[in-house]
Every structure is written in C-alpha cells, then in structure tokens.
Design a protein around this ligand. Sequence first.
Ligand SMILES: [Zn+2]
Length: 370
Amino acid sequence: MSAYTLFLRLEGPLQAWGDNSKFVIRRTMEAPTKSGVIGLLCAALGVSRSKASEDWLPKLSALTMGVRIDVPGVRWWDYHTVGAGMRMRIAEAEGKTKPGAMLTRREYLCDASFLVALQGDDESLIYELSEAIKKPKWTLYLGRKSCPPARPLLEPANQDKTFPNLESALTSVEWRRRFRGDLAPQTVDCLLDWKPIPGQPEAPTDALVWYDEPLTFEPPSHGPRFIVRQQLTIGPEGNIKVSPMPLQNSTPSPPRPRANYTDSKYRDARMTRLAADNGLCVFCKAPATTVQHITYRNAGGNESEEDLRSLCRLCHDAVTMIEYGLGMGLDRINPCEPRWRNEIVKKRDEIVKYRSLETRRRRLQPEEVE
Ligand SMILES: [Zn+2]
C-alpha cells in the first residue's frame, strides 16, 4: 500500500505555530501544527474559513502529516499591542474603563526550517493541493501574517512518488545546507501523526497529544491528535537514515528543575503574579491562596511572573490532581486555557463532594465551601 505525498518546505526568518491560547500570551509550538498547515492549504486554494469547514476540512484533516525538524530555530518574543486607536477600552479600578490598547506578547521561531509531508490515498487531491501551492490564490504565511516564507513552499524533490508511510517519505528527502558554512546536525527529529491500525488500537505510551486537528475554523475549534516523535540520523552526504529507536525511548527526559519557594527571585515573581491577578484565583475569582507553576522550565529562582498563575486552594488542588493523572512533565496546566475548563470544574466538584465537611472547613476559604 502506498500513499500519495505532498512535500512542503516551511522556512523563513519568523514562524509562529500557535497553540490554542487566546489570551495575551501567545506561544508557538516547536513545529508546524496541523491546523496551521491546513489553514495554509486553504489560503492557497482560496477557500474562506466558513467554506473550509463545510467541504474542505474533512478531506484535509484526513491526510496524515509528518514534520521533519531540519532546523529547530530559536524562540523569540515580540511585544505587540492590539486595538490602539480603535476605540478599545481597558479595565480600570471600580469597574470603570478607559481608552487604551491591549498589551500582548507573541512568541516566534526564528530561522527554523521544516519539511512537511502530507499523505493520502486520493491522487487528485494531492495534485490539486500542489498546484494551488504553486499558484496560491491568497498570500501564504508561516502561521501568522507577519511571517512570510523565505522560499517557494513546494519542496521540489519526490513530489510525484508514492511512499508506504510518513517515515519513508520524510527519509527520502536529503537534509540540505542553506549556507556554505552550515554544519549538518547528527540527528533530526520528526513528529509523525499516529492513527489506530488493526492490531494496534492504542497509541504508544510515549505518544504526544496536540490539540491542533481543526474541526471548524469558524468558530475555531480543535480536536486532539496523537504524535509520535522519531529521530533520524544524518549521514556524511546529508542523506538521512532512520535511527532504530524512537527518541523518547532512547533518551530519558531531563530532571525537571525544582521549585525553591524560599528563593528571593521566586518570591518577587510570586508577588508580581499575585498583584497582576489582583490577588484573585484566575479560574474562579475567589481570593488566591497559592501561586501555581504553569511551567517548571525556569523553576528554582529564574521564574518570571508568566510562569506562574494565582489560584485558590480548591482550584489548586483540582489542577494538581489533573496534572498527576496525566503524568505531566515540565509544562503543566495553564488554568487560563479554555481547554482545561470543564476538567477543572469537574475535579473541583469531585473534591468538594468527597472531602469530609471537617476537611473542607479546615482547608478551604469560607466562600469555597459550596
Ligand atoms: Zn479558584
């Protein structure tokens, strides 16, 4: 069985493949998301968001996607204002508002290069997409409109061949230098779609879950997708071989930095966070009694206020229980993200229901006891 394959090269000074965040901090994933790549194909086809949901999304989501991270790039922040001079009003004390702009921060990948393979059984669909990418109806960009591609998106090699799977497709294209002095890395990582197959109905335990499979573009809504990380080794001529073991099995995850609650820099970040959240739980707006790490990447005294969120005891316990259940590593639950909402609400209810009244009296703020 072989599948028709479309190869794209996503390369540019800036790329931004956003997660689902809709708030003032907009991060980027480490590689192109499926919703981002499908959005790009829709722009090439000249299909609007509302029309895409009807006829194109089912076809495009059914394609399997693999990404080879040829150059991972460097993460960079941009300061960004929204709505200045557009009659935007921002909150002031005592429920009043004043004219102003919303301040946001956006994260980018600088100088990254990705090889994307999209596979499907429908030869005419793959052909139609490659023609559209060659002569796009609308402007193409790498995740955000401020991110133009640095070269034509169609990877010339192997467009007309078929491959049995994503892995063989991604190994068929050589790793290439962009500049004469570039040194080839020893390995590159691939992120491959995982779908259930007969005999293997469950995803491998080390599979990642990304919420980037577009269900509709208007309103934007995304479903989960399993991704398996695979490491490829690069030979002296830039040719690529598959390493026998997937990366996640062969490399133990680094120990996560521990929080140090007595560190003065941590305490400063904690106070700044509490002040920024007005001393209220970001989830339920009860008085905050604790500050939670949403990532441990900078734990131990290098935390910024963006690594923390203010929570009340009940929401803190709910979030922590969900995190333990999922065996989360460095990056934890950001209670501001809408995708956690229902789960936190459910866990809060469970905690309230199962704790004895005595425990509740001792551990919860009066307004948390329902
Ligand atoms: Zn709360």
